[in-house]
Write a protein that binds this ligand. Structure first.
Ligand SMILES: [Zn+2]
Ligand SMILES: [Zn+2]
Ligand SMILES: [Zn+2]
Ligand SMILES: [Zn+2]
Length: 317
């Protein structure tokens, strides 16, 4: 027995190392011996390891640091900060006792990724699980709408419906576009002037953003495309944007950014077509009293890397 386990072992009815090992190797089997393997504060019926690790106060899973009172009642660290140093089970002073044996169980358990219901098949020990979940490809996406803080998250089909129904975003099919942006008072450039259009092509969804903002002291317009999916998939696509009039034209060619990157991050990295206001007014023609920009663009799929894919002769040229 390691010395650092003493705290937890001070209570006679906390599970012993043997029970821990047993539970770890047979997560689905029920521990025998009844009360002896179940820490106080948790109902004797709670016999699976996951139930054992359930905080009796908030019922979330407990992970290190796991605390216990002098009588061995366990609780999670979030609840510990909330209970004003009183054990919620026996009302005794809580103190600062860790339950290291239970912490070891929690660390050694292999748990499914929290996005398993969204399709992730991965299983990890606790700390690797946390790391993985921050990067998991199945984690939900944030709503890509840029006009206000929107806290909606979900998968792509859900967000497409949400953009259409809740944000009234324009939906288009096809991989080419021709868009007019008209603004009556081009002298006003607030940071929050933006527009979003969603394009559906190649079985994927793309967000075309257009907005006006201050770049340093200068008002500019910017258009860029975001891919509704992960970054590695976004790299399979390219897009071009064109704006012009009177024999001049600006062309931008780029790779759409994943909506994993926030709208703001993409804007601040200037990864798109940036039009100075003077040029924008010039392209608008007329009396410079109105902003009238025609942005045309195209989205295409990049040829697969010949080493990574099978080339079907009829389709490759
Ligand atoms: Zn808790
Ligand atoms: Zn207690
Ligand atoms: Zn995952
Ligand atoms: Zn939204």
């Amino acid at each position: 027995m390691e010395v650092d386990s003493i705290d937890c072992m001070s209570s006679s009815d906390v599970m012993d190392e043997e029970a821990v090992t047993l539970l770890h190797h047979h997560p689905s089997s029920k521990p025998h011996g009844g009360g002896a393997a179940v820490p106080p504060g948790i109902s004797p019926a709670a016999t699976s390891v996951h139930e054992l690790l359930e905080c009796p106060v908030c019922t979330n899973s407990m992970y290190p640091p796991i605390h216990q009172c002098r009588n061995g009642h366990t609780l999670c660290s979030a609840c510990k900060t909330r209970v004003h140093n009183r054990c919620p089970t026996c009302r005794q002073e809580l103190g600062d006792i860790r339950c290291l044996a239970l912490e070891k169980v929690a660390e050694s358990l292999e748990l499914p990724c929290k996005y398993s219901s969204l399709g992730c098949p991965e299983i990890f020990p606790y700390y690797s699980k946390l790391k993985h979940e921050a990067q998991c490809n199945f984690r939900p996406y944030n709503c890509p709408y840029a006009g206000s803080e929107c806290s909606v998250v979900g998968d792509i089909p859900f967000l497409v419906t949400h953009l259409r129904d809740d944000h009234k975003v324009d939906m288009h099919s096809g991989c080419t576009f021709n868009h007019r942006y008209v603004k009556s008072n081009p002298r006003e450039v607030e940071n929050a002037t933006w527009m979003l259009t969603v394009f559906h092509c190649f079985g994927q969804y793309f967000c075309l953003h257009f907005e006006a903002f201050q770049l340093g002291m200068a008002p500019v317009y910017m258009a860029f495309l975001r891919f509704m999916g992960d970054e590695n998939e976004a790299r399979n696509f390219s897009y071009s944007l064109e704006v012009g009039a009177n024999g001049r034209k600006l062309i931008w060619e780029g790779t759409p950014r994943s909506i994993r990157d926030s709208h703001r991050k993409v804007r601040d990295s200037h990864d798109g077509l940036i039009i100075q206001r003077n040029m924008a007014l010039f392209f608008s023609g007329g009396e410079r009293k109105e902003l009238k920009l025609r942005v045309t663009g195209r989205i295409w799929k990049e040829q697969q890397n010949p080493e990574s894919g099978v080339c079907i002769p009829n389709l490759c040229n």
